[in-house]
Design a binder for this molecule. Structure first.
Ligand code: NAP
Length: 549
């Protein structure tokens, strides 16, 4: 529960004269919120965390659909701030599944006694800055109010579910599920007719497992994806021991990689090798699986359109060789957009699933789903009777979990209004006119292995607060010019890579997956390594680009 002002164990210097209920409110209890709360408490701040779920986990609490697992390899899906905890934690599979990541976060919360800092099942509905007291009031959906000097959001890049507004949902007699709000109890698909809408990372993970149970599965595809096999497997003891031995060097290596992955740049370009050699290297990348294909085959797949097209051709060849029905294979083949311009998924038995007699693929690109009916879904010319509709329709990424709260900064300015044309932040940490409103991996922070980005962000914010205390400064926010410059840089870099081109195929990288959302690049593609260096340089230059008062 909220600590009362009089019983606050530590009083952080406040920007005004009024004492808040707590020094800091942290929103979210996933990787970011847990670690941020830990560091704030160590700094001596009184902390009140809020988490909408009944338990810790964030993304990994909610995304418990069958097949949910991370595409980041086991060795890097962890925090390193405590060397012993990082070394001792062992996942059992090469790509940890949801249950194990959740178990990791549970263990983290236990080990560092973090649960006591959070109020669970409590959704934050808004936060308002008071110009007179210079404090924030955080509002919860249940009517709670907590005043704080700092609000730190740890709400996740991909956490606000996107549900397409198909009319008629209330008429549908069956069950509607969203992959990112999956029930805690397992769903039994045996004997059921099921529809899955969406073929992004979530859709391609859930489809093969539902197909194994359902009487019939219809997959509704709008944009086909380039799906590389993840090549998951159970780890043997030697592999687990090897990670233990090398855990510190793995962390250092990942810190230097542009996507915070444990890969080595292959230092060769696609068109510099013979067609046979190219084929051999792509085959090797395919056999390695997952992001190896993107990062360890050739250096220029994300930079050179002709190189990228070679990778696209290779993947289309694989689809045609796996899927027996030629028409279905063609429908599954992505055309006309670059590999990596939408976030590339990695799956298990995804294309093979379309060889099953109980699975059908429906193209809803040309004839969109129009509505629910009492018995299922329909478009302009057809209808489908189903018992369960699974929406694997993604997220209002980067900004959604922030703008869906009513956040009001100085002079009552609304965050949603300020970002109506796209997010503005300095390096994802802060936005002008929202003093002491700090974000862990906020919009315009890099898209890379997320625990690494979170860890670096939390350490940077901790350093900022320490600096503020040492220099007796009380209030920080992004400089308005600096955040414009950062947003322009983020946009420029995305146009050098293939990322910006995904706008025409609805990439969430550019807000293009949500009708009515501003099309603006919302994550940084200039390399997490370069970003971390830029953050360090900012700190070394007395937090240049931030106004600290
Ligand atoms: P997503 O990549 O945004 O995919 C959403 C899917 O729903 C797309 O296929 C989209 O089609 C479709 N869709 C949306 N509205 C539709 C409509 N009205 N009619 C028909 N289809 C519609 O979302 P996601 O799969 O949940 O993944 C989001 C991100 O979360 C990923 O990119 C990844 O970063 C992360 N994630 C990671 C993992 C992992 O690490 N393994 C797993 C799951 C998610 P269009 O493509 O045509 O828009």
């Amino acid at each position: 529960m909220v600590t009362s002002p009089t019983s606050r164990p530590h009083a952080w210097p406040t920007p005004g004269d009024t004492l808040p209920d707590v020094d800091a409110v942290v929103i979210g209890a996933g990787f970011a919120g847990l670690f941020m709360a830990h560091r704030l408490r160590e700094l001596g701040l009184s902390v009140q965390g809020f988490e909408s779920a009944p338990a810790v986990g964030g993304t990994w609490f909610w995304n418990r659909y069958p097949g949910a697992r991370t595409d980041s390899v086991h060795s890097i899906y962890r925090l390193h701030f405590d060397a012993e905890f990082a070394r001792d934690w062992a996942y059992s599979e090469r790509y940890p599944k949801q249950e194990e990541v959740l178990a990791y976060l549970d263990a983290l919360a236990d080990r560092f006694e973090l649960r006591e800092l959070f109020e669970f099942s409590t959704e934050v509905s808004g936060a308002t800055y008071d110009d007179a007291t210079r404090l924030w009031t955080v509002h919860t959906a249940t009517g709670g109010r907590t005043t704080a000097t700092f609000v730190v959001t740890a709400v996740g890049l991909l956490s606000a579910p996107h549900t397409p507004p198909f009319p008629g949902a209330e008429e549908f007699a069956g069950t509607v599920l969203h992959t990112s709000r999956w029930p805690e109890q397992p769903v039994d698909f045996h004997g059921k007719r099921v529809a899955v809408v969406g073929t992004g990372s979530s859709g391609i993970q859930v489809v093969p497992l539902i197909a194994e149970q359902a009487e019939h599965l219809t997959v509704f595809q709008r944009t086909p994806n380039y799906v590389v096999p993840i090549q998951n497997r159970v780890l043997d003891t030697a592999e687990i021991e090897d990670v233990r031995d090398r855990i510190a060097s793995i962390r250092d290596h990942v810190r230097q990689h542009p996507f915070a992955m444990p890969f080595v740049d292959p230092a060769r370009n696609t068109l510099d090798v013979t067609p046979d050699e190219r084929q051999r290297i792509f085959e090797e990348g395919w056999a390695q699986g997952g992001f190896h294909f993107l990062f360890e085959t050739f250096s220029d797949l994300q930079l050179d359109a002709r190189a990228n097209e070679e990778a696209c051709d290779f993947i289309r060849g694989k689809i045609r060789s796996i899927v027996r029905d030629a028409a279905t294979a063609e429908l599954l083949c992505p055309q006309g957009y670059a590999y990596g311009s939408k976030r590339p998924p990695a799956g298990t038995n995804y294309y093979e699933t379309f060889n099953r007699s109980n699975v059908a693929l429906v193209d809803v690109a040309s004839e969109p789903i129009e509505s629910f009916t009492a018995t299922g879904l329909r478009n302009a010319t057809q209808s489908w009777d189903v018992d369960i509709v699974v929406l694997a329709t993604g997220f209002d990424a980067a900004t959604g979990s922030l703008t869906r709260m009513d956040v009001r900064g100085a002079d009552g300015v609304s965050l949603a209004d300020k970002w109506a044309e796209g997010p503005l932040t300095n390096k994802g940490f802060s936005t002008a006119d929202f003093p002491n409103f700090l974000m862990v991996t906020g919009p315009l922070a890099p898209f890379a292995n997320i625990p690494t980005c979170i860890e670096e962000n939390v350490e940077w914010l901790t350093g900022l607060l320490r600096h503020m205390r040492e220099t007796d400064l009380r209030e920080v926010q992004a400089d308005a010019e600096a955040e414009k410059a950062w947003a322009a840089h983020v946009d420029e870099v995305a146009h050098i890579t293939v990322a910006a081109a995904g706008e025409k195929v609805n990439t969430w990288f550019a807000g293009a997956n949500i009708d009515g959302k501003a099309h603006a690049i919302n994550v940084y593609f200039g390399g997490s390594n370069n970003y971390f260096d830029a953050c360090d340089a900012t700190a070394a230059a007395d937090y240049e680009g931030f106004v600290i008062a």
